[in-house]
Design a protein around this ligand. Structure first.
Ligand code: NAD
Length: 377
């Protein structure tokens, strides 16, 4: 099977989908691997690091796209590239399938099997392929460092002859994969951390990291079978906003990571709430790309709202691109190898198998994913 790995097209992308180590494993498993020249350039990895382990360089990008049986990449492709893919090929990447209707339809029309990394079901066996988690974890770390750097004070307590510096206060809203890593990172830097999440099971995880869980009585919240938060009612959101006010007023940094899978991110901080914060405080909105947790946050910008610096960088894992690429590359290889027949050097698509059933979006000229079909209905 010919595996093609095109260079990422987004100018702001610093991550690389597959590292030479991953290519080496594919070649050892009888795959023919073709890469686009410059694949590793953002991490200073020369083409030779890939060709040394058995990859060949594509003549050009279009040739790679039209000849590969399996395409591995990080971001969703530009819409106009789908028509260049080989009919019957398999394409694995992030896809944003809830929102990217035209892209999904183009994959179906092209007869390409599109696999969405976001849709890999969260079961124990798939943890090694879970790119949402691997990237969210690093984003959680990167967010805290970014906020700490922007803040005009230090995070830890310091007792010195000249006086005592109290620890900075960090408030993390949404304590899933990214939020828990943000809590752990802020704690390591010496901050005092409060956190809130709507899923009751999170309280214990927050406390085990040494942070304080903010109790807000929202009534019934719970979580889905997949471990995701349920959407709150407008009334519950209003209660949540009110319940966060005091901690916000005392915090130097607020980090928001709240998401409801397949839906617009909840708006949990309004401009009125920013007004209670200290001048010079920092807010990082990790959900800026999916609707925004914070009113007024803007993609890839830092906005001053009444003296509070609201940060909305989208590609937070890209700030630690080396590790993010390493983790994503491993996620891809782990996914491919679960379905790889080494003797024949082929990827077997069994659409009834649990993981593939969850993440295959289009196949045989049709939208086949039940969750995405339902969301469109
Ligand atoms: P996510 O990115 O969908 O959401 C981030 C967090 O926001 C979640 O913790 C969610 O509860 C929270 N949230 C939603 N609405 C909120 C609101 N109004 N206010 C505050 N917080 C809100 O979720 P995620 O981080 O990708 O994963 C969630 C959980 O899934 C993890 O904590 C983990 O326990 C579980 N998980 C399991 C597996 C596995 O078993 N294979 C893999 C990954 C994650």
């Amino acid at each position: 099977m010919l595996i093609g790995i095109p260079k990422e097209t987004d100018a702001g992308e610093t991550r690389v989908p597959l590292l030479p180590d991953g290519v080496k494993k594919l070649v050892a498993a009888n795959a023919t691997v073709v890469i686009e020249s410059g694949l590793g350039a953002s991490l200073q990895i020369p083409d030779s690091a890939y060709t040394d382990v058995g990859a060949t360089l594509a003549v050009n990008r279009d040739a790679l796209l039209s000849q590969a049986d399996l395409i591995l990449r990080l971001r969703k492709p530009p819409l106009d590239e789908v028509a260049k893919l080989k009919r019957g090929a398999i394409h694995i990447s992030f896809l944003d399938p809830f929102n990217e209707h035209a892209l999904v339809d183009a994959f179906a029309a092209q007869g390409v099997t599109a696999i969405s990394m976001e849709m890999i079901p969260r079961i124990t066996r798939s943890q090694k392929m879970d790119a949402l988690s691997s990237q969210a974890n690093l984003a959680g770390y990167a967010m805290v460092l970014l906020a700490a750097e922007r803040l005009d004070r230090i995070l830890p307590m310091m007792m010195t002859p000249a006086g005592t510096i109290t620890p900075a206060r960090v408030f993390v809203i949404g304590a899933g994969v990214a939020g828990l890593q943000a809590i752990a990172t802020a704690k390591r830097l010496g901050a005092r951390v409060d956190a809130f999440d709507t899923r009751p099971v999170v309280k214990e995880q927050v406390e085990s990291l040494g942070a304080k869980f903010l109790e807000i009585d929202l009534g019934e919240t719970g979580q889905t079978a997949g471990g995701y938060a349920k959407q709150l009612t407008e009334e519950q959101i209003a209660k949540q906003r009110q319940g966060q006010m005091d901690v916000m007023a005392n915090s130097d940094i607020v980090i928001t990571t709240a998401q409801v899978f397949g839906r617009k991110a909840p708006r949990i901080i309004t401009k009125d709430m920013l007004a209670v914060m200290k001048p010079g405080a920092i807010v990082v909105d990790m959900a800026v790309d999916s609707g925004g947790n914070v009113e007024g946050s803007e993609p890839d910008r830092e906005v001053n709202i009444g003296g509070v610096n609201v940060i909305g960088y989208r590609n937070l894992p890209g700030r630690v691109a080396q590790n993010a690429s390493q983790m994503y590359s491993n996620n891809l290889i782990n996914l491919v190898f679960d379905y790889w027949q080494k003797d024949e050097g082929t990827f077997t698509l069994n659409l009834e198998e649990e993981i593939l059933k969850g993440c295959v979006i289009t196949h045989g000229g049709e939208l086949v994913n039940a969750v995405i079909k339902n969301a469109r209905a």
